[in-house]
Design a protein around this ligand. Sequence first.
Ligand SMILES: Nc1ncnc2c1ncn2[C@@H]1O[C@H](COP(=O)(O)OP(=O)(O)OP(=O)(O)O)[C@@H](O)[C@H]1O
Length: 295
Amino acid sequence: MILARADQVSRRYGEVLALDRVDLTVGAGELVGLLGPNGAGKSTLINLLVGVRRPTAGRVELFGADPRDAASRRELGVTPQETGLPATLRVGEVIDFVSRHFPDPVPRDELLDRFGLGDQVKRQTGGLSGGQRRRLAVALAFVGRPRLVVLDEPTTGLDVEARHALWEAIRGFHAEGGTVLLSSHYLEEVEALAQRVVVIGQGRVLADDTVEAIRGMVGVRRVSLVADDLPPLPGVVATERADGRTHLLTTDADQLVRDLVTAGVAFRELEVRPTSLEEAFLAITAGGRPAPATV
Ligand SMILES: Nc1ncnc2c1ncn2[C@@H]1O[C@H](COP(=O)(O)OP(=O)(O)OP(=O)(O)O)[C@@H](O)[C@H]1O
């Protein structure tokens, strides 16, 4: 069952084409990561799916209906990229306030516990740290026991411990059958949480597949070697030098090695490895062209 859908959706802000004919579906029970560099269009896509904005062209659906209809957002939990909390209300009061909008809210203590905010219940939100405020904002998306939770960069600004705690909460929700769409800059976050990754660049879906498949999709390999000097090499999508070694990312490692030999490069300690998701992501977004949907 499809809970959220974008069908050939475009969105313009004046001259800027923020989304260009984007297709996306989020099925019940999925945990989908939306990955892309700054300005790729992630927030715009999320805002369309949750009914905050209207597409310029194409169609969006939430639970099979128009997300701009309040009724279709009843089973949705959202944390936008930036949230304002009333500074003088206490944490417990904010949760109580939001809870009253739902027929069967998660009990306050359970929610506080899940998001590691148990000690903050009596504190005014204005006095919380940025990370605590962020955790509270994310926790509020879960209060009403939503079927679908949409989180726009939920862990930005959190330290490692807080980030991991939040991951646990998101995983817990997913393990109980919840559906999640989350955007992130952190590749390790998407790798740790998501089963499916949608890579967005320049307003287009560049890839939509499992984490494993995305890694392998562009077939990017890391060819690493020690060499004093390298000639220009075709097919290298990125070059990095570290600890006396040169790392070359390429979609055709065999050809690269042949080119190195043909050019007479005196290389040593050659290694060829599969890439991390991060490297695949760089290669996909640097290419700026849609990759095949499956490989
Ligand atoms: N309200 C707006 N008015 C004008 N342009 C906008 C507006 N919102 C977004 N844009 C532009 O649309 C493009 C996509 O922005 P969007 O915020 O969706 O990207 P993003 O992937 O969420 O980026 P980030 O990771 O930096 O949050 C950018 O070029 C941005 O400048």
